[in-house]
Design a protein around this ligand. Structure first.
Ligand code: SAH
Length: 505
């Protein structure tokens, strides 16, 4: 099937879905979302509308005067300081990020309600049901082009509140009951708090903890971030044909032997990044040190220019006095790949996420072995370090806050380096093909978001509801700086025997 054919097929599918007995479903789904929108005022939607996308050029070094140390989780800060002191040296930005977000008791995901109008940031599935529905149709299309296998694993990485997967499944249920009959749902989620929200969204009140034969191995970063143990749980979704739902701490325990469709929406931006700076001494690593007693905790930090950064908070940035193992390996690899397309001599700050690359590597190998595809939607670009330098930011209550001073109480997120995902797919040597990144606006428009929005607007019972749908549509595909359409990108990886997926013209 040609690309255009695929897109037309998908648009027809969307139309069929819209015409089918969805009226009831539409009304329910639309009302659910619209109520959500109407209950929040217009002002709420004007705040960091694109939660993470308006990041400043290069995170730089947060201004000390803005710091409000009381905003940090004091216990988490003490934990970080003791790790640094015990070890006798500063920690990488990646380890800080992983601990601050995912420490099982003290981390942001364990203690805060991250997503929502009343929380710290908002994501597309919280804005509208349309992205999830279109993604559902997209997956059904890919499943059909794989020959409609009787069993298929639908894997979501970082499902948040579970709204995206619910919208996806609801669409798939309507479009292809056969797909639903053979689907196993696997949710990779490290946060117990988020798992509770997902159980509610999927109506899976009872779950059983299982011993995984494939214990999550995890790196040092994972261990400090608390992604330990098998953490595998099993239940059935009363909302979706009693479909089996399994929760995992990592991809390692997700079965490999069946075709796999993987969805990662705003997942990669939360994965830990290392930060490197080009200096006269070579590429050095930006590290985080304890400020206890206003002394640097290690000789290495003391030798470096630690005074250049924040000194009044409990934690501060320092620069390694010489290249580190990470800086040598990762900068060489990333710049070599980028140099195939651009001149990288101007790049002075580089962010790399090895965890993102190993995730893509692992998915690529699965797709190679058993077939399938991966869809990534996130904010970022082909090579964010090129024009933005450091992009890691802390977000709290829909505003950017100083990075270290709000440890544990703010979301941390960095622009996704899509070029590094492509590099990881190629390096895996798996039989996969990669398409994108393309803008979210292009992707959803190709999939027929206009048709869907029209349908929802027509079935809206009041003009206010219809207007709200229009606002949602604009927010998802609009290209103004306050919209998501241009900042967010779609990227896909499919088995090499599969046709070009819809949307990736
Ligand atoms: N996909 C959702 C949520 C995005 S927030 C949406 O778009 O609305 C990021 C999600 O990834 C959260 O559910 C968080 O708990 C989860 N997460 C972050 N890092 C993770 C990791 N290393 N392993 C598993 N889940 C992780």
């Amino acid at each position: 099937m040609t690309l255009t054919g695929g897109s037309i097929w998908l648009r027809s599918l969307v139309k069929v879905i819209m015409r089918s007995k969805l009226c009831k479903w539409n009304a329910f789904g639309a009302c659910r979302q619209l109520n959500r929108l109407l209950s929040s005022n217009a002002h709420a939607h004007d705040r960091i509308t694109i939660d993470r996308s308006g990041l400043h050029k290069g995170a730089g070094y947060p201004a000390v005067e803005k710091a409000t140390f009381a905003d940090a989780n004091a216990e988490l800060v003490r934990h970080l300081q003791s790790v640094i002191t015990f070890r006798g040296g500063p920690m990488s930005v990646a380890e800080y990020m992983s601990t601050a977000l995912a420490h099982p008791q003290l981390g942001y995901y364990a203690t805060q309600d991250a997503i929502g109008e009343q929380s710290d940031f908002i994501t597309a599935p919280e804005v509208s049901q349309m992205p999830g529905e279109l993604i559902g149709a997209w997956f059904v299309h890919l499943w059909a082009s794989m020959g409609a296998p009787a069993r298929v694993a639908l894997v979501e990485l970082g499902p948040g509140k579970g709204n995206l997967i619910s919208d996806t499944l609801r669409c798939a249920q309507q479009a292809a009951p056969l797909f639903m009959h053979g689907v196993e749902l696997h949710l990779v989620e490290a946060s117990e708090r988020m798992r509770a929200a997902q159980r509610q969204a999927l109506r899976t009140p009872v779950v059983t903890a299982l011993d995984s034969t494939n214990e999550a191995s995890g790196s040092a970063e994972d261990q400090s971030g608390g992604l330990k143990g098998s953490g595998v749980e099993r239940g059935v979704s009363y909302a979706f044909s009693d479909c089996v739902v399994m929760w995992h701490n990592s991809l390692d325990s997700v079965p490999r032997e069946i075709p796999t469709l993987v969805l990662a929406h705003e997942f990669f931006d939360a994965l830990p990044v290392h930060q490197f700076e080009r200096t006269s001494r070579g590429w050095c690593e930006r590290l985080i040190d304890s400020n206890e007693g206003n002394n640097c905790s290690s000789d290495s930090a003391r030798e470096s220019n630690c005074d250049a950064y924040s000194t009044s908070g409990p934690l501060r940035f320092v620069l390694s006095p010489s290249p580190t193992a990470h800086s040598r390996l990762l900068t060489t690899k990333r710049l070599e790949h980028a140099q195939k397309q651009i001149d990288t001599s101007e790049v002075t700050q580089l962010e790399c996420s090895p965890k993102s690359m190993t995730t893509v590597d692992s998915v690529a190998k699965r797709i190679d072995e058993a077939g399938g595809a991966m869809l990534v939607i996130d904010y970022g670009s082909e090579f964010p370090s090129m024009d933005r330098g450091f992009t890691l930011q802390a977000i709290r209550n829909h505003e950017f806050v100083p990075l270290l001073e709000s440890a544990g109480n703010s979301d941390l997120s960095a622009h996704v380096d899509f070029g590094s995902l492509t590099m990881a797919a190629h390096e895996s040597q798996a039989d996969v093909k990669v398409y994108g990144p393309i803008t979210q606006s292009h992707f959803f428009e190709e999939l027929g978001i206009g048709y869907r929005a029209d349908q929802l607007m027509q079935s809206a019972t009041t003009s206010e509801l219809a207007e709200s749908i229009k606002v949602q549509w604009q927010r998802i595909t609009g290209t103004e700086p306050s919209d998501m359409g241009k900042q967010y990108k779609a990227w896909t990886m499919v088995h090499k025997d599969m046709p070009v997926p819809p949307g990736f013209a």
